[in-house]
Design a protein around this ligand. Structure first.
Ligand SMILES: Nc1ncnc2c1ncn2[C@@H]1O[C@H](COP(=O)(O)OP(=O)(O)OP(=O)(O)O)[C@@H](O)[C@H]1O
Length: 246
């Protein structure tokens, strides 16, 4: 099928005798976000790192646009892995951090300026353009690192619990901005989170890592109806609290 951008086939990984991934297979559709839930230690980060080329699988195949990238080195994959501690170049300001990847690709100065200015606007960072990373809040740093990743239009963005360290309000703001920007730039994304609500807000589709495989649900309805999520019980719980108050 044409819109299946990433095709993971029978991926396995063990650390010594600890089997983390056991022949897991799934697809990722172009321009969509797949949220990944799963217990701590279930292998979510390991899966993302293998897709990024930062960790080596034992067995299995990774196809990107039908090309086998299983043995390709990380920097040739056009896949970006981002985690909670936004890593920025400390000696570059906000503009220069976001512009970095474009300059590396020898894009001309006017084009760099136009694209970075638009990204700063999309991520509501215009006011902070000249600040150095140490002068930014956690949420602002996260947005700069997000902009730096998006501006080079990666084929796939891997977000590993990106908003875990943020307070509730900043987290909500980041979810909104992130979702809007991913849609606008048509970025295909794997989004790991522990937060059920965040998974539902961010994902077009939901997956759950358990027993070494990523189970993907056809749609959110199928996910909500799965007894293992506990969502139905939770809805009943809140309904009953409300009923008892009346
Ligand atoms: N380099 C490594 N060497 C040995 N064991 C490792 C290594 N990396 C990860 N593991 C083990 O693999 C298992 C899965 O780790 P992973 O970080 O992928 O889980 P996770 O689902 O992302 O967890 P969390 O939600 O807590 O971040 C863990 O038991 C971990 O200890």
């Amino acid at each position: 099928m044409t819109n299946q951008l990433l095709d993971i086939q029978n991926l396995s990984k063990a650390f010594e005798d600890e089997h983390i991934l056991t022949q897991t297979s799934f697809f990722l559709q172009e321009s969509k976000t797949l949220s990944i839930l799963g217990k701590s230690g279930s292998g979510k980060t390991t899966l993302l790192k293998i897709i990024a080329g930062l960790e080596k699988q034992d067995n299995g195949t990774i196809l990107l646009e039908n090309n086998d990238i299983t043995t390709l080195s990380a920097h040739k994959r056009n896949i970006v892995y981002l985690y909670q501690d936004a890593l920025l170049f400390p000696h570059l300001n906000v503009f220069e951090n976001i512009a970095f990847g474009l300059k590396l690709r020898k894009i001309n100065a006017q084009e760099v300026k136009n694209r970075v200015t638009k990204m700063l606007y999309d991520l509501e960072l215009q006011k902070h353009i000249h600040k150095m990373p140490t002068q930014l809040s956690g949420g602002q740093r996260q947005r700069v690192s997000f902009g730096r990743a998006l501006i080079i239009q990666p084929k796939i963005l891997l977000l590993d619990e990106p908003f875990g360290a943020l307070d509730v309000d900043t987290r909500k703001q980041m979810q909104r901005l992130c979702k809007e920007t991913l849609k606008q730039y048509k970025i295909t994304t794997l989004f790991v989170t522990h937060d059920l609500k965040e998974a539902l807000i961010m994902g077009d589709q939901i997956g759950k890592m358990q027993s070494g495989v990523l189970k993907t649900f056809k749609n959110k309805e199928e996910f909500l109806n799965d007894p293992s999520t506990g969502i139905k019980e939770e809805i009943e719980f809140w309904k009953n609290i409300h009923a008892n108050e009346e």
